[in-house]
Design a protein around this ligand. Structure first.
Ligand SMILES: Nc1nc2c(ncn2[C@@H]2O[C@H](COP(=O)(O)OP(=O)(O)OP(=O)(O)O)[C@@H](O)[C@H]2O)c(=O)[nH]1
Ligand SMILES: [Mg+2]
Length: 312
């Protein structure tokens, strides 16, 4: 079992326990207002104590081996990057309005060698626009955000030692590449976070529920892998070393919108060093097909991520 899964389970039990505690407290207050009408039967208190004990036991089981073992903190990583050329793997699905601009923005950045656009069965002029802007275009026939990301990573690793994954919808900025790259000497993978409000355009997709949903999922992952600090589970923009990607690429299988969560869990489960840094987020150009504009899709994706964090 990789990471501290028992701590994650115990956090869930603690939450449920405190919910029952709140129910008991509510009954108690009602009883004060109208005595005798809502008798406190201590049913919730019993549930609270049982769950609290079970949660504490799980936490104990998870913490004790750590306390007994001699402390082995993750050492500071420094690994010089010899060939700093970057290949961009860019996802696209009916993105003819944005893809040319997105390719142009990334292709002109220093150290960018190639931009590979993964066209996921688009029926518009996505491929033509991407080629016109100077990208290599490949077609991914398996439909889905995860399938596109995985193909983008696989294609990009054919060209250089540093791989960047990004969306072709103009939400991310090419100029942020150098910020991500600056941290790669100390990490295997540098992921962006879109939860730094100061860096979000006012009309970007980052609504309050999306923001807090991402923070919640990220903190669950952080409970499981304590040495990492995360605040976002859905930021496509990331850099990864080819050597690191080779260790995990064959283990990635999610085809849908929760792919990024799988990628981070797999990286952490394979002892890769992951660092998260703030990136800018702009308004999408063209029509949204993902979770950005759709609460139900976002909720379904969060549920899938939650399942992965508990079970993977
Ligand atoms: N949703 C979705 N996106 C895909 C698919 N195939 C490729 N993509 C690409 O994956 C990225 C994510 O989709 P977006 O529509 O930008 O959704 P989002 O990022 O969740 O939200 P917005 O950026 O606010 O629209 C885009 O670059 C899409 O073009 C697919 O089958 N479904
Ligand atoms: Mg997008």
């Amino acid at each position: 079992m990789k990471g501290h899964k028992l701590t994650v389970y115990s956090a869930h039990l603690f939450l449920i326990a405190f919910f029952f505690f709140a129910c008991e407290a509510f009954l108690f207050l009602l009883n004060l207002v109208s005595p005798g009408m809502f008798p406190v039967r201590h049913f919730f208190t019993d549930l609270f104590f049982s769950l609290f004990l079970a949660a504490s036991f799980l936490l104990f089981l998870d913490l004790v081996p750590d306390l007994l073992r001699s402390k082995k903190a993750k050492s500071l990583m420094f690994s010089e990057i010899k060939n700093s050329k970057i290949t961009i793997g860019m996802t696209a699905y009916n993105d003819e309005l944005s893809i040319g601009k997105a390719v142009g923005d990334f292709i002109r950045q220093e150290n960018v060698k190639t931009v590979v656009v993964v066209d996921n069965n688009s029926v518009d002029k996505t491929s033509e626009e991407a080629e016109k802007a100077g990208a290599l275009v490949v077609r991914e026939e398996v439909q889905g955000y995860g399938a596109s990301c995985l193909r983008a990573l696989k294609e990009a690793m054919k060209h250089s030692d540093i791989i960047c994954l990004v969306e072709g919808d103009c939400t991310f900025s090419g100029s942020d590449l150098k910020k991500l790259a600056a941290y790669l000497e100390n990490a295997d993978m540098v992921v962006g976070t879109r939860t730094t409000k100061e860096l979000n355009a006012p009309d970007s997709q980052m609504s309050l529920p999306l923001q807090w949903g991402n923070v919640l999922m990220a903190k669950l992952v952080q409970l499981r892998f304590r040495h990492v600090r995360l605040t976002d589970m859905g930021c496509t923009f990331r850099l990864i070393r080819k050597a690191a990607l080779e260790k995990i690429v064959d283990r990635l299988e999610v085809k849908g919108n929760h792919f990024l969560c799988e990628m981070i869990l797999t990286a952490l489960g394979n002892d890769l060093m992951v660092i998260e840094i703030p990136v800018t987020l702009k308004k999408r150009v063209g029509e949204s097909k993902g979770v950005g504009n759709n609460f139900f899709k976002a909720a379904a994706t969060a549920f899938q991520m939650w399942k992965l964090i508990l079970t993977r």
